[in-house]
Ligand binder design. Structure first.
Ligand SMILES: NC(=O)c1ccc[n+]([C@@H]2O[C@H](COP(=O)([O-])OP(=O)(O)OC[C@H]3O[C@@H](n4cnc5c(N)ncnc54)[C@H](O)[C@@H]3O)[C@@H](O)[C@H]2O)c1
Length: 312
């Protein structure tokens, strides 16, 4: 199987790529490499440094499935340069899908985001509820989904709405709640919780990468949109969990991020997917990587710091 993986050098992609190679797939990664490239060399892996906005340069011949991760991938980065976010997250996604259809690619899997729900009081947030995206980032995800689903008669479209991901990746992100709070405890002995009452779902990086593989294998049996998040926890609860493993002082600060929602992922579970990891594994991963000096609290682990430094 030939897979085109955009954003394969990112946090999720750096764990997903080796898994796809282990399955025997031939993988072409297209990534602009803003955060570097930590992918190991492999005879079945081709890595191309390329901006996905130049869609004509993306090799699509012979591709069976596209897994599309390359996006400006959080709220602050989305706000840093809104035009860039709309170009990369929406326009390029549309052009990529059209190019895939022209090349008779059968399957297109998109990393949307659970944050498209915005603020939701419901205990069970299922895929059919109306979306209330707040930030540009959330809005680009919602619109890309709609654009992609408009092609569903020409290509199999599967949109994943991941919860906040946690756990270790060779391209590490410390701007994600579990990872960030654990690193604060480790490096500063103090955890600053903004707000704290907002509830957000979580998913371990090994599970979200397995979700992409599961949907790839499911193919036509599982079209459409899937929530992917299994532990709905308040930020304060996550911080408390962290302090069970690393002693640290907890400080509550005012938050300007009201997003609060739970995810119900029964639709995904009903396709036969079972998560195997969780928040506690994510916390332990970060601790282990820090203690073995594999991980440091560096600017490169924070997307916004890197993008500002690069004047993107
Ligand atoms: N990590 C999470 O918690 C999470 C949660 C929900 C959704 N997602 C989505 O999953 C996807 C992967 O997330 P991630 O955490 O790996 O993010 P990431 O920022 O680590 O990875 C994104 C990758 O895309 C690349 N990229 C960005 N713009 C590009 C462009 N114009 N052309 C080519 N490459 C480009 C970057 O260089 C980076 O390697 C993103 O679409 C993100 O929005 C992530």
């Amino acid at each position: 199987m030939n897979i085109l993986l955009t954003g394969g050098c990112g946090y999720v992609g750096s764990v997903l790529t080796p898994k796809l190679l282990d399955l025997g797939a031939r993988v072409t990664v297209v990534d602009i490499m803003w955060f570097g490239n930590y992918l190991p060399r492999h005879q079945a892996l081709r890595v191309i440094r390329q901006d996905i906005r130049h869609t004509d340069n993306i090799p699509m011949g012979g591709v069976d499935a596209v897994i599309h991760l390359a996006n400006i991938s959080n709220d602050p980065c989305g706000e840093l340069n809104a035009k860039l976010s709309w170009e990369v997250n929406v326009l390029a996604t549309m052009q990529l899908a059209e190019r895939a259809i022209r090349h008779k690619v059968k399957q297109f899997i998109y990393a949307s985001s659970g944050s498209v729900y915005g603020i939701k009081e419901e205990q069970e947030v299922t895929e059919d509820l109306p979306l209330l995206p707040i930030s540009d980032y959330n809005k680009t995800k919602m619109i890309s989904e709609r654009v992609l689903l408009s092609y569903k008669d020409s290509i199999l479209v599967q949109c994943v709405r991941p919860a906040t991901v946690c756990g270790y990746s060779p391209r590490m992100r410390l701007d994600l709640s579990v990872n960030m709070l654990t690193m604060q405890a480790l490096s500063k002995k103090k955890i600053t919780v903004f707000g704290g009452e907002q509830t957000r779902p979580n998913i371990h990086i090994q599970d979200i990468t397995d979700v992409f593989i599961h949907l790839l294998k499911q193919g036509e049996k599982s079209p459409g949109i899937y929530n992917a998040g299994f532990e709905n926890m308040s930020i304060k609860h996550i911080a408390k969990k962290v302090t069970e493993f690393v002693s640290a002082q907890m400080v509550i600060a005012e938050s300007n991020d009201p997003r609060s929602y739970r995810l119900n992922s029964d639709k995904l579970l009903n396709t036969g997917f079972q998560p195997k990891h969780g928040v506690v594994n994510g916390i332990k991963d970060v601790i282990k990587a820090f203690q073995s000096a594999k991980l440091k609290d560096e600017d490169g682990c924070y997307n916004i710091k890197t993008m500002k430094k690069m004047r993107i």
